[in-house]
Write a new protein. Structure first.
Length: 172
């Protein structure tokens, strides 16, 4: 009886050790294969998504350039001499440009999108702040006042452009 138990252990223990080693090796191999598959998928997605992401950055850089007060005032001429109508037209133009590029946010970091959004809001706020003045009574005077305001300081959209350039530089 003792001899049979000893024989059983002599066959069972090496089989258990061999089976355990095989199991651990197989599990490790499967994990490595899964990681390799994920890496290959990410690599192919990155190859396809990079041009789309860069295009999103380009479009938002163009948006920020277009809403820069100096360029906006040259592009959007007043339809009448009414100051309030021109102020509304400028803000409407900025909002339309923004809505046109709204979907680009999915390709940007949250910080970058926040900076772009803040640049838009700051530009609108600048136009409204200048428009509040009692001295300005016509659309042309509003244009002049906004341009004069921009002589001393950079456009609010410059911060957004700088952030976009920095973020695109980090992609490379």
């Amino acid at each position: 009886m003792e001899q049979q138990l000893l024989n059983l252990l002599m066959y069972t223990i090496p089989s258990l050790v061999t089976g355990s080693v095989a199991y651990l090796f197989f599990r490790e191999h499967m994990q490595n294969e899964e990681e390799r598959r994920k890496f290959n998928i990410m690599k192919s997605l990155s190859k396809e998504s990079l041009p789309v992401r860069l295009q999103a950055y380009e479009r938002l850089a163009l948006f920020l350039e277009r809403i820069s007060p100096n360029k906006l005032l040259l592009r959007v001429a007043p339809l009448s001499s009414d100051k309030q109508a021109y102020e509304d037209l400028l803000i409407k133009n900025i909002e339309q440009e923004f809505e046109h590029n709204l979907a680009q946010q999915i390709y940007l970091s949250d910080n970058c999108w926040s900076v772009v959004n803040a640049s838009k809001s700051a530009t609108i706020q600048l136009i409204r702040k200048v428009g509040v003045s009692e001295k300005i009574d016509s659309a042309n005077k509003l244009r002049e006042a906004i341009l004069n305001e921009m002589l001393d300081k950079p456009a609010p959209s410059n911060a957004g452009l700088h952030f976009i350039k920095k973020e695109v530089g980090e992609i490379w």
